[in-house]
Design a binder for this molecule. Structure first.
Ligand code: FES
Ligand code: FES
Length: 167
């Protein structure tokens, strides 16, 4: 077993893990941050997407010990029920989900698109960027619309008003 310290959603966390433990299992099974989903066992679906030091990663493809000293943000850390992150609000407004299983990963991936491409995302960019996030319900159309709208809103909203961990 190995003891690691990291920051998750703005709070310091110390955990003792088997070196083989995946980050997604630390988040879900130990810390009960179950908004991060597991949709495959092949690192293809993107349902487990979180931010590791500000970069979107598939938490099923990262060992928990690799997150030692890092800042991790999950879907629980980007907004609140009272004040949704603009990307969350855009998914609700544009019906970017059906069952919702893929949605946390889609939202975390969408925010990362803004980090890398800015707030004016075009449709081909969003579609190409979603290559690593699978949805079996929606046909993607409204997800793409939601990410473009959420990105625009991130450009106009006061992001400082959101929780400290939000990007
Ligand atoms: Fe991580 Fe599917 S659970 S990519
Ligand atoms: Fe069901 Fe995407 S909304 S998997």
């Amino acid at each position: 077993m190995q003891t690691i310290t990291l920051n998750i959603n703005g709070a310091a966390v110390t955990a003792t893990v088997d070196p083989r433990t995946l980050l997604v299992h630390l988040l879900r099974d130990e810390l009960r941050l179950t908004g991060t989903h597991v949709g495959c066992d092949t690192s293809q679906c993107g349902a487990c997407t979180v931010h590791l030091d500000g970069v979107a990663v598939k938490a099923c493809a990262v060992l928990a010990v690799q997150a030692e000293g890092a800042e991790v943000v999950t879907i629980e850390g980007i907004g609140s029920a009272e004040q949704l992150h603009p990307m969350q609000a855009a998914f609700r407004e544009h019906h970017g989900l059906q069952c919702g299983f893929c949605t946390p990963g889609m939202i975390m991936a969408g925010i990362d698109m803004v980090r890398r491409h800015g707030t004016e995302l075009d449709e081909p960019t969003v579609r190409a960027e979603l290559e690593g996030n699978l949805c079996r319900c929606t046909g993607y159309h409204n997800i793409v619309l939601a990410i473009m709208a959420g990105a625009r809103d991130m450009g106009t909203r006061d992001m400082a008003a959101l929780p400290a961990a939000a990007e």
